[in-house]
Structures are given as structure tokens and as C-alpha cells.
Design a protein around this ligand. Sequence first.
Ligand code: PLP
Length: 395
Amino acid sequence: MHDEELHLATLAIRSGHARTHEGEHSEPIYPTSSFVFESAADAATRFVEGAVGNIYSRFTNPTVRCFEERLAAMEGGEACVATSSGMSAVLSLCMAVLKTGDHVVCSDSVFGSIMSLFNRYFVKFGVEISYVPPQQLDAWRAAIKPNTKLLFLETPSNPLSAIGDIQGIARIAQEKGIVFAVDNCFCTPALQKPLALGADVTIHSATKYLDGQGRVLGGAVVGSKALVGSDVFGFMRTAGPSMSPFNAWVLLKGLETLSLRMRAHSAAALELAQWLEQHPAVTHVHYAGLISHPQHQLASRQQSGFGGIIAFVVKGGREAAWSVIDATRMLSITANLGDVKTTITHPATTTHARITQSERDRAGIVEGLIRISVGLEDLLDIKHDLQRGLDALLK
Ligand SMILES: *Cc1c(COP(=O)(O)O)cnc(C)c1O
């Protein structure tokens, strides 16, 4: 059977692993920094540019390769480069694509460190950045200049679930010959396939749902052989933000249950979002699975599920939001997301604390906003834990 005939849940379990002569059933870990050659002549052939065979684990490692091949198969990409974190995946893509004098158009609601990477570091090297609201196609088109080399979208956005039209933006990128990258962290290939919708590259923080159990950091870039397999790989093997074999092995085990987990996260989040929408202490719920979400139709077209992240606003501003968070006994008060454990965060004073008030206003990060990454505990227990604080707001 060829990979292209298999479905996602099967690829997540069966692809990437070439069984060794030991006949192992589960994927082996190769914790080795370097690899041995048969002879001086063999060493010389492996060092020829483009030659196959392992040399050193900063370049390639069989466990990391297994993770890369599996994720590439699941995203429908020709090549994948695994990295030490999601941020080093973004860095590796940018270093491969951009040079001094180039311009980037980026969604204005991407992960905060991505904005810092552009605003504090890439500008030092003469790269220009423009930010646009992800859901406004016209804004993407209008922001493009002759020197634009990269469009960067995260959809659904964090924390308000704004949806970018992947096909629409891909058409603009193709017309102008610009690389279009989608951060697929919130949906994962189990719910959304950006490459099939026309994106050139998908980016992952594997730290989130690909692991899914809060154990390791990791990242990945998936796309064509030329861009990812050659240019991004070239930067990664030279600069060294490589994934460790141990982390790759943990992430392989994470991928095996990804489809199942994403379906369960999505089902629980939808039910919780509908429940929150009915609660009298809640004024607004941001979740693309709700009919009330302004881009529910678009999300239904380009995603096969709505994911596990909900944001909602309580009456009474910061004090009320903090009291709901502090009234929980089970939920984890942490800024991380994409875990089997439900997490709860106050974005205005944590993930979005370092941007200015006017930037927060523009991004819709109000003081009463709470973000939840819905985990896989019993939904009744999650509701009870939230209800305590929400009901207290009505007294
Ligand atoms: C966490 C995150 C990142 C960065 O990933 P790390 O693994 O923390 O480096 C990038 N994009 C999104 C959407 C994220 O949530």
C-alpha cells in the first residue's frame, strides 16, 4: 500500500517507520549524536552534497526522520523539517525565505513571540513587516508591495478564533509569486489541511496538540521539496535548531492518537461553548463552531472540526475574570494550550500583557476575556469547575 491511498488516522500510526532487522513493532529511538562510516571512502561519499545516509544528528537522525515523514504524509506535503520548538520552525522558514530589503505581510493576531521575532529581530536586518486583520482578504491584497516575499497566517487565531480564508489568500500569493505560510497549530492536519487549500507551507508548534500531553517542545515546517526539503533544511542543519531524537519519539506517539484527540477536543469545546453562551454572566463566546461566530460558514468549509480553544467574556472586567479563574479547583492556570488537561488563562494580563493598550483594544483582548483550552477530562467536571466562579458573579 502506498501512503497516498491511506487515510489520515492510518498514516498517523503506520507511516514513516521502516522496520529494522530487529523486527521491532514500535518505533525505535536512536539517541546518537553521530553515525559511523564503513571506510574513509564511504565517509567521503556521504559528505557529497545531496548524498543519502546519516552523518550527524544536527542534520538527520532516524527517529526525527520518522516523525518528519509521518507529519509530511499527514499534511500532504513533500518534505518536513522538524525543529526544536515552534518558534525555531518559524525562524527557520524566515531565514530560508527572507533577505534584507524584503517585506512580510502577517496576520495581526498571530502567536505573540512571532510578532516579537519580526518586530525586534528581523527589522534589525532590514526586513519590513505589515500586519493585517486575518479575516479581511482585501487587507492582505492591499498590503502587498513589490518586495513582499512572505504571507504569514495563523487560523483560527489565538485567542478570538478569527478565521483567515486560506484559499483566498493562497490565490493572492500565487498571482504574485509570494510564499504563503499557515501556522496550523490550533487545528493540526486532523482538522485542516492548508497545503490542499493552496498554502505553500504549514508551520507547527508540535509542543501543543501534536504531543497533546504537555511533555516536550518541538516544531515543524512542511511543504515542497525545493522550499522545505532543500532551503529550510539547509538553514536548520547549518544553524542547528534540530529536534532531539527523544522528543521526536514522544511526538510520534502523540501523532498516533491525534485524530481521536482532536475529535474529542472539538466535541467537548463545542458543547462547552454552547453552555457558556447560555450563562447569564457571559456576554460573548468566541468559537468558530458556534452559529453566532461571524465566520462559521468559512470555518465549516475549510476545517473538518473547530478545535479545542474557546475564549469568552464575562461581565465585570478584569476583577470578574480573575475571580472565575481563581474559583477553579481542577483547571490548570497556565498559558500553555493543546493538552489533555484543561487550561485557563487571562490573555490581557498574560499572553497579551506586553503589547500596548491600543494594540489590545484593536485585537479585541478586553479585560473580561478568558481563554480555555478544553482538555479531555469529563466535560461535567470542567463545567462544574467553571460554574462555581460564573454563578458567583450573579450574586
Ligand atoms: C505555541 C505556539 C507557537 C510557538 O511554539 P513553541 O513550541 O512554543 O516555540 C507558534 N504558534 C502558535 C499558534 C502557538 O500556539
